[in-house]
Design a protein around this ligand. Structure first.
Ligand SMILES: [Zn+2]
Length: 119
């Protein structure tokens, strides 16, 4: 909820004038950020725990019996949450931890800002 990638994203969006609700349980899956004005929800995912297809997200090499099913369950839950929101007419964006590294942060935020505004 207050992980470093989330805080980084929130600060960047806030600076651009976006206003949001954090972790509002009234929405399916309690998205990390909700933008009521844009009817949009944002999830910020850790690459490893949610199985992102990037270097940080590659399959674990130790504790495989623990991590493989756990990551699969996280991914299934993510998909269910997203579907539940979309069914209610919400747009859903997923931002990955690796997209919030200093080198990619600006591009990621600019892209998300455009998408939010495109409604
Ligand atoms: Zn990643």
């Amino acid at each position: 909820m207050n992980t470093k990638p989330e805080v980084t994203l929130r600060k960047a969006l806030h600076r651009l004038g976006f206003r949001y609700v954090i972790g509002d349980k009234r929405f399916p899956g309690t998205p990390d950020l909700v933008f009521p004005k844009y009817k949009a929800a944002v999830f910020v995912h850790g690459c490893f725990g949610h199985g992102h297809e990037c270097r940080q997200g590659r399959a674990p090499s130790s504790n495989v019996d623990y991590w493989v099913p756990k990551i699969a369950a996280n991914r299934a839950r993510d998909a269910r949450k997203e579907q539940a929101l979309r069914k209610r007419g919400w747009r859903v964006f997923t931002i990955w931890e690796c997209e919030l590294k200093p080198v990619s942060l600006q591009a990621t935020v600019a892209c998300l800002a455009r998408n939010l505004d495109s409604n």
